[in-house]
Design a protein. Structure first.
Length: 464
């Protein structure tokens, strides 16, 4: 933990401050970017359009090239935006953000920009309880600011291992933590996920159970219907099945596949569809996956799933996870091609888990913060072009809590905020993309542009 954060938290804890979350900061109290004091970065951040100047018109076509008149800032240094400890008051951390600092929860406001430009939300995953996020006051203050994040997804709390830990015994405690955040702060809730290959209940793979297709199907049906029904009033959308296709378009390995067979996938949607119909609610039912952000066999398999379910009158939407590396071939053009296909199929879709990690650390001239910003900009810009792309969710927003370092050894720094709560260029690139603007914080983007959709440009070979 950075020392500044540690000192803030120490100060707060030693002052016996109640860990209540202050109300979101109104835009009028935030320090305008133009008031950044000496020693803080000015250009290109000062080019971000204030919320007050946002047009309420339709999204403009993005310009895929950054303006050559707005060259990149030093290519490998993060903006130093941390608040000096002396300005932090014990009773209200960062509340004194004034002319000598940039509040990590000041404008530009991503959710406000998204909704002003035709999207339903800009949101984030959050991983509570048990990770430290729930006791991190500054994290909470950013998360709870609905101007920034108007939607939340529980990163783990609603997964099978937590919701049905014992066969037939349901537990909503973990999921309710994020349900409460959504309700307390007026955020849309995406519910994640019902059927997956991992993080499933122990009984699914336990030797104590001898599952057959006939015995497991009713259990899957009960799992899906019980959970959808329980949270029917709060879930805007459910990721019904997660990551069920391999890169060649065949079924990916899963206990559900092994025991039930490949039709576990459409059957899961049928059960979910029936559950939603019974509740009379309007809940989008998503198929959610990575590696479908560019055209290819896996994407074609998803298109076919959509067609099959549509032919059966079963509702489906598609989640593009969008876990990217800084240099990978999921270009604006490739993402737009996939989104165009989904739009033509008439399905709702979303960017559900966007993050852009560095394949090697620390960032350098090739894998720069500006290149990362461009990847974020491309993805959000593509979504802005399609009316059926309903919103964008980042997979948590602060590097300290990112899932990447644990999952991809040696990789990281994938989120919009550095672990000291300063914002990366990527944050401002997203703000620009949400307004249909060219990226002014991405530097000379020609050096990051990849055109070959079949080649993974990441030297680690890990493009998804
Ligand atoms: C990740 C969580 O963020 C981690 O905390 C957990 O250890 C593993 O799962 N695709 C998904 C998410 O659909 O559920 C995954 O979340 C990230 C990849």
């Amino acid at each position: 933990m950075p020392s500044i954060t540690a000192s803030i938290l120490t100060l707060l804890v030693s002052s016996s401050v109640v860990l209540a979350v202050p109300a979101p900061v109104a835009s009028s109290s935030a320090a305008p970017v133009s008031q950044i004091s000496d020693g803080q970065p000015q250009a290109p951040y000062s080019t971000v359009v204030p919320v007050s100047q946002i047009s309420d018109g339709q999204p403009q076509a993005p310009t895929a090239q950054a303006s050559s008149s707005t060259p990149a800032q030093g290519s490998s240094s993060a903006p130093a935006l941390a608040t000096p400890a002396s300005t932090v008051s014990a009773s209200s951390p960062y509340s004194a953000c004034g002319s000598d600092c940039i509040c990590p929860y000041a404008a530009p406001y991503l959710h406000d920009l998204a909704t002003a430009n035709g999207k339903l939300y800009f949101g984030t995953a959050t991983d509570q309880p048990g990770t430290g996020e729930d006791t991190d006051i500054i994290y909470q203050k950013i998360l709870n600011n609905t101007h920034i994040f108007g939607q939340v997804t529980p990163a783990n709390g609603m997964k099978g291992m937590n919701t049905e830990p014992e066969l037939g015994v349901f537990n909503y405690t973990m999921g309710d933590v994020v349900v409460n955040i959504a309700q307390d702060h007026n955020k849309i809730l995406r519910c994640h996920n019902l059927i997956w290959s991992t993080q499933q209940p122990e009984w699914l793979t336990s030797e104590n159970y001898t599952w057959t297709r006939e015995t497991l199907l009713p259990v899957m049906e009960n799992h899906i219907k019980t959970i959808i029904t329980h949270w029917a009033d709060v879930c805007h959308a459910w990721d019904v099945v997660n990551e069920a296709f391999a890169s060649n378009g065949s079924s990916s390995a899963s206990p559900w596949l092994d025991i039930i067979g490949p039709d576990y996938l459409p059957l899961a949607f049928q059960y979910a569809h029936e559950a939603v119909q019974a509740t009379g609610k309007d809940i989008d039912l998503y198929y959610n996956d990575y590696g479908i952000e560019s055209p290819g066999n896996k994407t074609n398999a998803v298109y076919q799933l959509v067609r099959d379910l549509q032919a059966q009158g079963i509702q489906i939407a598609v989640g593009l996870e969008a876990h990217f590396t800084v240099l990978d071939p999921n270009t604006y053009a490739n993402q737009a091609a996939v989104m165009s296909g989904l739009q033509d199929l008439g399905v709702t879709f979303a960017l559900t888990e966007l993050d852009v990690r560095f394949p090697t650390l620390p960032p350098n001239a090739t894998y720069s913060y500006e290149a990362q910003a461009y990847r974020y900009w491309e993805s959000v810009s593509a979504c802005m072009q399609y009316s059926k792309c309903e919103g964008i969710t980042v997979w948590d927003f602060e590097d300290k809590y990112s899932w990447i370092p644990e999952t991809f050894e040696g990789q990281g720094e994938a989120d919009l905020y550095n672990s000291d709560y300063s914002r990366k260029p990527a944050y401002y690139a997203v703000a620009e993309a949400l307004q249909g603007q060219a990226c002014t914080v991405c530097g000379d983007v020609s050096q990051y542009q990849t055109t070959d959709s079949d080649t993974c440009a990441d030297p680690s070979g890990n493009c998804n």
